[in-house]
Design a protein around this ligand. Structure first.
Ligand SMILES: Cc1cc2nc3c(=O)[nH]c(=O)nc-3n(C[C@H](O)[C@H](O)[C@H](O)COP(=O)(O)OP(=O)(O)OC[C@H]3O[C@@H](n4cnc5c(N)ncnc54)[C@H](O)[C@@H]3O)c2cc1C
Length: 415
């Protein structure tokens, strides 16, 4: 078997989370030798064909995450394609009640920003290539991860050849299905929402003015995130949640009928829907790994927790996880702990557990409450909407979560 060498940290999966973590680590510890292993050929110039993170979606980046990306030195470039969200409008189909989160009420320029994933990919990958202590290898597939006494052994395949590499800490960032999580015998708790998210870019007749919409309908939630980099733009990224048994039929509608379906579900706040781009589908589940850490192994990103996308929390939470993980590793190093030893990883998880629990509960409750047609839940959500405007504490909780400032470290910076 060929040898790829010894590394301090091996990150498996170069999606949004694996790539961000590699950059955070490289920035904090220039003397650590990091390898990032990605199964897809990210050097291909046509990024629209990438699967997972860097596909045709757009991501709502919360205000808290902007600070992390600024610290990483990638925000200036990311912001070239970012559309500021000045307000989030939350509403319930068939009722006039709604709630509004307004950035100006929190003395912020924006609640968050919407950025096409393909652009996030390009900026992160460009930055990776400038880091001397990151070796980014793609395409290469990690076939096996074997725990060792003080690290891990990785068996990988590239261009039909097998290689081995050793590392002190293996970070599993291989996505929601996470074959490596399964091969390690780590169970996951799966709550199937029985829903499919259909995503597409849409254009309409009125300017969005920087407003993001979250609308809850009997068929499931719907989000429209402003695109186009200016308030007068008339396009948004649509995340349309559908009961799974209806998704194929609606995905196959011709453009005219699809736009009519959307108009009926969303209403006329953005005028008339005029055009829809290519549609893509994602099956929606809440998947949480039953273990996120073992000695010299840690799971991050979708491999650790895969959330319903409507509240736009998955990547934002993972970024906060990554910041906290890097902090714990750096602290461990300063006190002469062996890189990746269980105590250091426990310290990380202990500090991030509350943020993870609150964020996962927030997304899950929002989906269940607002996808339900049961009468008590309908009553509860009406109270919720009234509450959102009348009860400052509820609104602040919703706004904080939406802006991604629940994380321990970033909470103190934003206050
Ligand atoms: C429709 C939708 C909309 C969303 N919108 C938002 C939003 O607005 N805001 C937000 O915060 N979050 C959002 N999310 C969540 C966000 O997309 C995820 O949190 C994020 O993509 C997770 O990235 P990841 O790197 O963990 O996993 P992935 O994107 O799945 O990346 C995993 C990578 O690992 C690679 N890989 C897999 N196996 C191997 C192997 N054996 N060897 C080497 N490489 C391997 C894959 O090729 C892939 O590149 C949304 C999700 C969906 C589905």
């Amino acid at each position: 078997m060929n040898e790829l060498g010894n590394f301090d940290i091996a990150i498996i999966g170069g999606g949004m989370v694996g790539a961000s973590l590699a950059l955070l680590l490289a920035q904090q510890k220039p003397d650590w030798k990091i390898v990032l292993l990605e199964a897809q050929n990210f050097s291909d110039s046509d990024q629209s064909q990438f699967e997972n993170s860097f596909d045709a979606r757009s991501t709502a980046i919360a205000q808290g995450s902007v600070e992390i990306l600024q610290d990483l030195g990638v925000w200036e470039k990311l912001s070239q394609e970012a559309t500021a969200i000045s307000q989030v409008h939350v509403s319930d189909a068939g009722h006039f009640m709604g709630g509004l989160i307004d950035a100006s009420a929190y003395q912020l320029d924006a609640v968050g920003y919407v950025i096409p994933n393909a652009w996030i990919g390009r900026v992160l990958l460009d930055q990776l290539r400038t880091q001397k202590n990151i070796q980014f290898i793609a395409p290469i597939r990690v076939e096996k991860l074997k725990p060792q006494q003080q690290g891990a052994l990785l068996q990988v395949q590239a261009q039909g050849e097998s290689f081995e590499l050793n590392c002190k800490l293996a970070v599993v960032a291989d996505g929601g299905d996470s074959p490596l999580r399964k091969s390690l015998g780590i169970d996951s708790h799966i709550k199937d929402y029985n829903q499919t998210a259909l995503i597409a870019n849409v254009a309409y007749s009125e300017p969005h003015k920087g407003v993001a919409y979250e609308r809850f309908t009997a068929q499931g939630p719907l989000a429209l995130l402003p695109l186009g980099n200016k308030l007068t733009a008339k396009e948004s990224a649509l995340v349309l949640t559908l009961p799974r048994d209806q998704a194929n039929d609606i995905a196959r509608l011709n453009d005219e009928d699809f736009l009519q379906h959307l108009q009926t579900r969303f209403g006329n706040r953005l005028g008339k829907f005029l055009r829809v781009g290519k549609r893509h589908k994602y099956e929606l589940k809440l998947v949480t790994a039953s273990e996120q850490i073992r000695s010299h192994i840690v799971l991050v990103g979708n491999a650790a927790h895969f959330l319903h996308p409507v509240a736009g929390q998955g990547f934002n939470l993972s970024l906060r996880d990554c910041v906290c993980l890097v902090d714990a590793l750096v602290n461990g190093d300063a006190t002469d702990k062996h890189l990746g030893e269980l105590g250091t990883l426990q310290d990380y998880l202990h500090r991030q557990e509350l943020d993870q629990t609150l964020t996962i509960e927030f997304s899950d409750k929002l989906v269940r409450l607002f996808s339900s047609s049961s009468l008590p839940l309908i009553a509860l959500r009406h109270l919720g909407f009234v509450g959102l405007d009348l009860m400052p504490a509820a609104k602040i909780r919703f706004a904080n979560q939406t802006m991604g400032i629940a994380g321990e470290k970033y909470l103190s910076r934003i206050k």
